[in-house]
Design a binder for this molecule. Sequence first.
Ligand code: GLY
Length: 333
Amino acid sequence: MKRRTFLNTSIFASLGLFFGKAVFASSSNKQNVSISTSEKTLNNPVVVSTWKHGTEANKAAWKSLKLGKSALDAVELGVRVTESDVSNKSVGLGGRPDRDGNVTLDACIMNHESECGSVAFLQHIENPISVARKVMENTPHIMLVGSGALEFALENGFKKTNLLSPDTEAEWKRWKESETQKKPEINHENHDTIGMLAMDKEGNLSGACTTSGWAYKLPGRVGDSPLIGAGLFIDNEIGAACATGMGEAVIRIAGSHTVVELMRQGHSPTDACKLAVERIIKKHKNLEGLQVGFLALNKKGQSGAYSTYSGFNYAYTDQNKEELIDAAYKMEW
Ligand code: GLY
């Protein structure tokens, strides 16, 4: 891990550790191209999600897709698994807190009709993705933040929960007492956001993205994950994309929207993710530890991913297989 250099001179240093963290298809959608694993064209529903924690999330999403439910239902159900997993320290319950010890969550969801909903800086609610869906379905708005998002959640039957686990509280206290302010480390062990993309039996695409964000962030900090176009973007004519890693870098290039637009120009999912990563690299002078990964799924059910550094992987599930795929990358971690 030669790039795990601790810095104490940058803004990152003052913030602390970042853990990030269609048998079914209508006949008109049928494709019969046979290519390699992650680029294979499918006739069937498919779900992909970021990092190893996506494996469990995919199981729930796949169960829903297999029952013939929509991609929207699948992605919501899928990422809820990760949000409710207290052992996961970068998403939902048990997520690492901000500088002041408060767990603040960001999430968004988008469907095949370009309807979307989002919450940011939401506290005390275990499943922000479901609140985001309610914002999408029950309000004329797209995004609610902070106390307004919490009030809306409570009005809609969500229960207040203590999101800070004994484990993350103890870690946070140690961090507060430590002299060393560490640069973000986002990689294998320190999973970040879960972004999930799915295609259902109708060939429709939806996505979800949820995170507790940058550990020990400044209070009020919001990353890319709740921002439609940055952390997640769906265009049902073209494809879907989501992002993980350092949100600030993703926002600078409207990352997920960029990936979808690159697919529109004819690039494969992997190439679209690669070109977006290269744009990020071009726009940043200091690449030290700047891990960003994109995951994409096109209208043919082909998936691909690419990250700035090695270490990013994604969970893939279709009717034939379930696997964890290592993303291609630009630099060795
Ligand atoms: N990608 C997660 C965040 O920056 O908050």
